[in-house]
Design a protein around this ligand. Sequence first.
Ligand code: MSP
Length: 525
Amino acid sequence: MSNSGEKAFYLTTPIYYVNDAPHIGHAYTTVAGDVLTRWHRQRGESVWFLTGTDEHGQKVMRTAQQNDTSPQAWVDNLVESAWKPNWHSLNIANDDFIRTTEVRHTERVQRFLQGLKDAGHIYAGKYEGPYCVGCEEFKLPGDLIDDKGEKLCPVHSKPVEIVNENNWFFRLSAFVEPLLEHYRRNPEACQPESARNEVLSFLEGGVSDLSISRSTFDWGIPVPWDRDQVVYVWFDALLNYATAVGLGDDPSSEGGKKFAQTWPADVHLVGKDILRFHAVIWPAMLMAAGLAVPKKVFAHGWLLVGGEKMSKSKLTGIAPSEITDHFGVDAFRYYFLRAIPFGTDGSFSWEDMSARYTSELANDFGNLASRLAAMVEKYCAGVLPAPSNDPGLESFLTATVEKADAAICALDFQGGINAIMEFCKRVNGYVTEKQPWVLAKDPANQSELESVLYNTAESLRALAVLLNPVMPATCEILWQSLGAEKVLGAIGNQEIGKVSTWGQLPEGAIVQKSAVLFPRLEVGE
Ligand code: MSP
């Protein structure tokens, strides 16, 4: 991010519990965040992309105990051996990674809490009620499923525990009206529409104050004025979005400047399971502190296995490597955003993924790239002929860029990727129709042949730039194959707004065959 003082497009993912290694549900959110931030960077914007880990609370503490280790040793090990390496292998370009056990976080949380207490938003009370450790959530009796007299959490299908403690409470109920007004006035602040409706009806039903501390265990941030209590894990965790960018720091300090450049966050990306925390509790905390609320909370759907939310606790979690070992990282990044409307639940199936891999990636995209390189090599000695144009392709591209940009900025990844892949199909149609291999048989057609090859190369230049946020490693190979880097610079610096300017590849660019972009899948796997 530049230091120009310009407001950055600030996007966050949830910070994930480190009771276990990541599965493809976690990867789904993180890849979506990565694609969106890469897209905004290519729009020429300054961007800040945060992810991280949620390390306190009973869920993590108990897992460490079950593994005969301390919570700190457990989280240190998992973050370094599983979480960070996973994001690295998926090519996630986050600008920062926050861990809630870091001092930069704990100190700022304590300062924030003290501020709320001093301003009268926190009071002592007694909490008695059901709690799900899997969700780390105080439940309402009406939220639970009755299983022969036993009360189960509907998300985890496990019995809830009854908490009975003297705790500190946050006056959440005082913010119901301001929140309702906020969402009524700013429909874009909670998306998609179904999520916004859920939040509105939840708020309209009335909200009680929230217990924000726990006294029966110590794995958490100490409440600054009452060391017998630790901060409730969600109150601690939600603050990561602001502590990571300097919450509460002096405006002239490094942290203060970062805060001014990033806050309020532009998008908090979350799964629909944690919508209420983000769209009710979090903005209320910010309102209480007199801070701006996030511009948008977007709740996506769940990846389902057997019709239920895929999760490690139900032993249905699939590790990203199980898929990337077979299909490659870029196909993984592409598939989930392409196949499932963002905001809707979707089932993962090997059959569907194989089918799309073969038809959309290997045939439509990969083959187009390899055919072009082979033909330029064969008919033009690997040297790109002079610029030419085709009004049909050009206008299709202009419309594609507009459509894709509008869709992706609205987090409609499927719509955006579809638009780009339609252009890819259109270019394949162009090549099929022009039949350059037939033109090549008669030297009289040389200039027409060159024109077809140039237009195809230009189309591939545009495809590489547009698909780069989704499949950066593949598009980099294509970029090199088109000889584009030398003349146009790094692919990541190509602006979306300039993609449809035709004729950017110059005559004489050296086009070379590359490794196959999407190799044939092994039969029988
Ligand atoms: N630690 C909290 C979040 C705190 S944010 C201040 C938490 N962590 S989690 O490890 O359970 O991860 C939750 C997020 O992972 C979900 O919101 C969602 O983004 C993603 N997913 C986890 N399972 C998923 C699916 N089966 N499908 C899609 N996304 C899923 O909650």
